[in-house]
Design a protein around this ligand. Structure first.
Ligand code: HAM
Length: 405
């Protein structure tokens, strides 16, 4: 779990604000849910046999003995809230987004933490493949907007309850004959969660499953058509992608379209964002039978890719350097007035020399410095210095606000 220190927070704020700006263009509004939910919610949605539920949840009994869990992801809580507040009655489509911390007890490494942050978006109520394409377009738009280019989009279809059970059996039969080279974990889970075997990072498992049947070759008619329509709309919108038939997601609620935005810049944690369709999830949680699709972006991974860019730090627009007591008093009042008008202003409170004050203005990255001494005070003007090129102009103190604007 990490602290985000003031020096680094600028890039976080930039990423969060850009998401709000871009997502609102596509009609998404923010939803905020608690970080804590009943454990059962995650077991029922993410799936009992997934790594997240089996090994990674921060679960504890509260003082009433209820089993509670720190949310390991955002989709299930948003669906819980959508059902509880009957948001389906408000509009036939709900487009919701969220930004916040998630918790998974994973082995930490670069790009993988126990508290991490996701920016997520969920579109509920539309089965039409155009919404799949819109979601992916929005993800691409966001990546371009924040300036990450070393990413590529991989898509797949995981079928539906009509076609997946038969494929699952086919895969189990295929794996049964090749159990020996598989890692212990895959030998254990090939019957309970055979699709995860395709996603195993162990080399021997990858080799042993190269010829395994792929879900996209065994889709039912409806899923097949849905997937080809998604691809058609992506082409129409000029969203580049590749089909990765081995992509299996680590959460059980997915059906049909699934996708990952991957990069080779983050070592083994290559997914910057991921998501897919979850038609059936809302109904299984006791809500209306509505389809849904969404994604979540890992904020820490974006920060790693962008670097903690100091230029995104919020800097003072004005530093007031005062010489002498009377000037310092005037500077203090002036600073407060400017702040009340929204001008980011700083000054010194330690009675430092002019030189030291100028050094601090420089260190803070102030855009302008105003130098006030007793003479200037008497005349009612002061020297305003532009810090980047050193140019100085004389300004009337009573016209300073207008001048800065
Ligand atoms: P997920 O693939 O588990 O999907 O996580 C989405 C993204 O969150 C990952 O691609 C990664 O960038 C980031 N992430 C996950 N775990 C960690 C971690 N331990 N440390 C740092 N970053 C991490 C979901 O969570 C689904 N709820 C996404 C979704 C939304 N599907 C439909 N709607």
């Amino acid at each position: 779990m990490n602290d985000v220190l003031p020096d680094a927070v600028g890039v976080w704020q930039f990423l969060e604000q850009s998401a709000r700006d871009v997502f609102s263009t596509y009609g998404f509004t923010e939803i905020r849910t608690p970080v804590l939910e009943k454990t059962e919610l995650f077991c029922r949605s993410i799936g009992e046999t997934t790594d997240i539920v089996e090994k990674e949840m921060y679960t504890f009994a509260d003082k009433s003995g209820n089993s509670m869990t720190l949310r390991p992801e955002g989709t299930a809580p948003v669906m819980r809230s959508f059902i509880q507040h009957r948001l389906s009655a408000q509009d036939s489509v709900a487009k919701l987004c969220y930004i916040g911390p998630m918790f998974r007890y994973e082995r930490p490494q670069k790009g993988r933490y126990r508290q991490f942050h996701q920016i997520g978006a969920e579109a509920i109520g539309v089965e039409d493949p155009r919404i799949d394409a819109q979601i992916l377009l929005m993800l691409q738009h966001y990546s371009t907007c924040i300036g990450i280019s070393a990413v590529s989009l991989e898509i797949n279809s995981l079928g539906c309850p009509v076609c997946r059970p038969a494929y699952r059996q086919l895969l189990i039969r295929h794996l049964e004959k090749r159990l020996e080279p598989l890692c212990g974990e895959c030998q254990r889970r090939y019957q309970t969660n055979p699709l995860r075997v395709l996603d195993c990072k162990v080399d021997a498992c990858r080799v042993a499953t190269t010829a395994a049947p792929a879900m996209i070759d065994h889709l039912c008619g409806d899923c097949d058509q849905h997937f080809s329509q998604v691809r058609r709309y992506l082409d129409l919108l000029n969203v580049p992608y590749t089909v990765n038939a081995r992509m299996v997601r680590g959460l059980d609620y997915y059906v049909r379209t699934t996708f990952e935005l991957v990069t080779d810049q983050l070592g083994s944690q290559n997914a910057v964002a991921a998501g897919g369709r979850y038609d059936g999830l809302i109904e299984s949680l006791g809500g209306p039978a509505l389809p849904g699709i969404g994604f979540a972006i890992g904020l820490e991974r974006l920060v790693l890719m962008l670097g903690e860019d100091r230029h995104r730090m919020v800097v003072p627009e004005l530093f007031i350097a005062a010489l002498g007591e009377a000037a310092a008093e005037q500077a203090f009042v002036l600073m407060s007035q400017l702040q009340a008008h929204g001008v980011r202003t700083e000054m010194d409170f330690h009675g430092k020399s002019l030189k030291a004050q100028m050094r601090r203005a420089d260190k803070l990255g102030a855009v302008h410095t105003l130098i006030i001494g007793d003479d200037e005070l008497r005349r009612g003007d002061a020297q305003l210095k532009k810090m980047d090129d050193g140019t100085q102009t004389s300004v009337r103190l009573d016209a300073l606000l207008d001048h800065l604007r």
